[in-house]
Design a protein around this ligand. Structure first.
Ligand code: DX5
Ligand code: ZN
Length: 221
């Protein structure tokens, strides 16, 4: 079955000194911009604190898809919704009260999403499907861009697609998505694709987004 395809480029490997300009490069061809927030606790890398992230959200020409890779995310997640993100993703492994945090994100006006690290099984989290707008299956260990796509996550993507059934939940993949791997993820059932290095290392990032979209579409037509 063909799903609507969305490409959400990650600016993790873009030029941090000119993020407004980097987002503009992809604004005409992308659906949302993926903002990787890392705290050097939940993952061994740091990107932005909330103040800096808020500035980026305010200047972004694209709706923002915030991927929060931070410990004790329960209190800060709704603030990202309030700051204007279109979508806020929390990690199952970092959240104390998943149900309440998802609810708080939605009540602050954003789509609520749940992310699973590669070693996290999907089963314990199926009960939250009725409370999310997007499920994110990580296809690398979170923390860094430019890693290799983990093909052993494909069965989890397929399982997620089956469990989502007719619900209007987006199924996102993040990590190592490129011209070589996007078809695999699309065939397994993903419809929303993060791509960082594949887009921002390309000579023409906007055009790379279009090519990735076409590949994903063709794979599922
Ligand atoms: C990894 C991040 C990803 C990453 C994607 O922790 O969540 O969004 O930036 O970068 P690529 O596409 O290079 O794997
Ligand atoms: Zn991400």
């Amino acid at each position: 079955m063909a799903h609507q395809i969305r490409i959400t480029p990650s600016i993790l490997n873009a030029d941090f000194s000119n993020l407004g300009g980097e987002i503009e490069k992809i604004a005409n061809t992308s659906d949302l911009v993926h903002l990787d927030v890392m705290d050097d606790i939940f993952v061994p890398n740091f990107t932005f604190d909330f103040a800096r992230a808020s500035e980026i959200i305010a200047i972004s020409k694209l709706p923002v898809d915030a991927h929060l890779m931070v410990a004790d995310v329960d209190l800060i997640a709704p603030k990202y919704a309030e700051a204007g993100c279109a979508s806020v993703t929390i990690h199952a492994e970092a959240t104390k009260d998943i149900r309440q945090t998802l609810r708080a994100i939605r009540s602050n006006g954003a789509r609520a999403a749940l992310a699973l690290k590669p070693k996290t099984s999907i089963e314990p989290y199926l009960e939250f499907l009725d409370q999310i707008d997007m499920l994110l299956i990580m296809t690398v260990e979170p923390g860094f861009g430019g890693q290799k796509f983990m093909v052993d996550q494909l069965p989890k993507i397929a399982r997620a697609r089956k469990e989502i059934g007719s619900r209007a939940i987006w199924l996102q993949v993040d990590g190592g998505v490129s011209l070589e791997t996007i078809e695999l993820a699309a065939v397994a059932g993903a419809d929303t694709f993060v791509a960082g290095s594949a887009v921002f290392n390309a000579a023409n990032p906007a055009e790379m987004v279009t090519i990735l979209r076409e590949k994903a579409q063709l794979a599922t037509d």
